[in-house]
Design a protein around this ligand. Structure first.
Ligand code: G3P
Length: 496
């Protein structure tokens, strides 16, 4: 159970503590932040409202701890990560329990998130050992005008202190996707969890604590964005920010100093359906892609662009599947669960009302109870409706009927987002042409958009992000190239 057994140290009976210098502490602010259960809409947990002084302290500790961590052999860093991964998986039940209560993720998916996270940490340890164990050797005589008098040795060195800010929808998985690459590469890590998802994060961090990482190397500060948000992202001690979330990322990237940024800020992933597509396959993928975790995924299908000639048939198939989705509590493993907050539900409702006023066809009746919104397919959506462009981050999916492939590509590329997209057709040549024309970080052919498997590159264009994620790219991004050049007094040619 959450906050008990091996997790007893992280909870004081009323509120969860924050993690600094290898210890669980209460904030000197004496204040806490409430976490509202999206299902009951009542306070489920409380976390510490950390102060700016406490942030300064973790930054100072992170800087010191990183110096000796960078001197820890790579195999040993990997060994600790493997240990943390095993502990994380061993304690999947209490962590999944927190996910259910804090973010209303269905019970089975919550367990999957924790297991997937353990696998990611292990994979990262293995990949890190390989790619960080390699460098490059260059010789000078390949460049015009040079003799072979210079040997250049390149290796990858850590950046220093990484600030990791994961989002509410994958608080554990998208935290470890930042923590593990940072640590294997020899960096220290300061984690600022999302408020909804903070307690899941704190449990996950405790698994790293139990694995025996050095004090100060990992810290986790909780609190109000208004108090410590900008203070963290603009802190001079931060050498790199890895952020996943919404618009806040744009503001962060404008305020951050001259440091590498890794940003994933959402998407409006289009699903382009051609006349020759297997409509049963499309319908299943629209359900999986559009409605899993109630549409609260950056990579969710967020607009269907279907050729008019097959639109009626596709809409009927999707409607039939929507009718089978179960709606209810995450504890019951319902397909559709309450969205994360009342403000999120209100925002989604605003998009639905706008579509209603402008004449969209409602394939189901709009229904909402508290934060629970029933799945809704909106047909005949037009570009003047907000839902055609905005991300609902909820179980509402617009269908736009198109008359040409060009029209579909045009709609996709007119979006300010460019995360992923997908195209359904049996013609691989057309699929490749469409994929190349779509201005998105990834295009899936004959499947819904998805980030995983977690070692695949994951990136967005335009407002969807900066840089690329995935295990290898994240490790590389959290390092810098260092070179040493050996200068010889006379040219030396191998076997010369
Ligand atoms: O919303 C977070 C984004 O990374 C989606 O991940 O695994 O659901 O495709 P996934």
């Amino acid at each position: 159970m959450a906050g008990t057994g091996v997790f007893a140290d992280i909870f004081d009976g009323d509120a969860y503590k924050y993690y600094s210098d290898g210890e669980w502490k209460k904030s000197s602010s004496g204040k806490t932040v409430a976490i509202i259960n999206p299902t009951t809409r009542k306070t489920q947990y409380k976390v510490q409202a950390c102060t700016q002084e406490e942030v300064n302290k973790v930054m100072e500790l992170a800087k010191t701890a990183q110096k000796s961590w960078a001197k820890t052999p790579l195999w040993k860093r990997a060994e600790l990560l493997h240990k943390a991964a095993a502990i994380l998986k061993e304690h999947k039940a209490p962590i999944a329990e927190c996910l259910v209560k804090e973010i209303a993720k269905p019970a089975k998916d919550s367990v999957t998130e924790v297991v997937r996270s353990g696998d990611l940490v292990s994979y990262c340890a293995e990949e890190g050992v390989r790619i960080l164990g390699e460098g490059k050797f260059l010789v000078s005589d390949s460049f015009p005008g040079n003799e072979r008098t210079k040997y250049c040795l390149t290796s990858k060195v850590p950046l220093g202190v990484i600030l990791a800010i994961p989002p509410f929808n994958y608080p554990v998985n998208l935290a470890v996707s930042k923590i593990a690459p940072a640590l294997i590469a020899g960096n220290s890590l300061v984690l600022k969890p999302p408020t909804q998802g903070a307690v899941s994060c704190l449990h996950m961090v405790h698994c790293f604590h139990l694995a025996g990482f050095p004090n100060g190397l990992i810290s986790c500060v909780t609190g109000k964005g208004s108090e410590i948000g900008d203070f963290l992202t603009m802190h001079p001690g931060v050498n790199c920010i890895s952020f996943t979330g919404g618009d806040t990322g744009i503001a962060i990237s404008k305020k951050a100093g001259m440091i590498p940024l890794q940003m994933e800020l959402g998407g409006k992933d289009a699903c382009i359906v051609l006349e020759d597509a297997d409509l049963d396959l499309v319908a299943s993928n629209i359900i999986k892609g559009g409605f899993s975790y109630s549409g609260q995924r950056c990579t969710a299908v967020k607009v269907v662009l279907v050729m008019e000639s097959v639109a009626d048939a596709l809409v009927e198939k999707v409607k039939a599947k929507v009718a089978k989705l179960t709606v209810g509590a995450p504890e019951d493993d319902s397909d559709i669960t309450p969205v994360v907050s009342e403000s999120s539900a209100n925002f989604i409702e605003g998009l639905v009302k706008d579509a209603k006023e402008k004449g969209a066809t409602f394939c189901q009746e709009y229904k909402r109870e508290g934060n629970l919104i029933w799945p809704l397919l909106l047909d005949n959506v037009r570009p003047d409706m907000r839902i055609a462009w905005e991300e609902p981050f909820g179980p509402v999916l617009p269908v736009i009927r198109i008359n040409s492939i060009e029209e579909g590509i045009h709609h996709c590329n007119a979006s300010n987002f460019g995360l992923q997209g997908c195209v359904f057709t049996k013609d691989v040549n057309k699929a490749i042409l469409i994929s190349d024309a779509m201005e998105t970080g990834t295009v899936q052919i004959n499947s819904a958009p998805a980030r995983g498997p977690d070692h695949f590159p994951f990136q967005g264009l335009k407002d969807s992000g900066i840089g690329s994620q995935g295990v290898t790219n994240s490790i590389n991004m959290m390092t810098k190239i260092k070179t040493t050049v050996i200068n010889l007094p006379t040219p030396s040619y191998t076997m010369g």
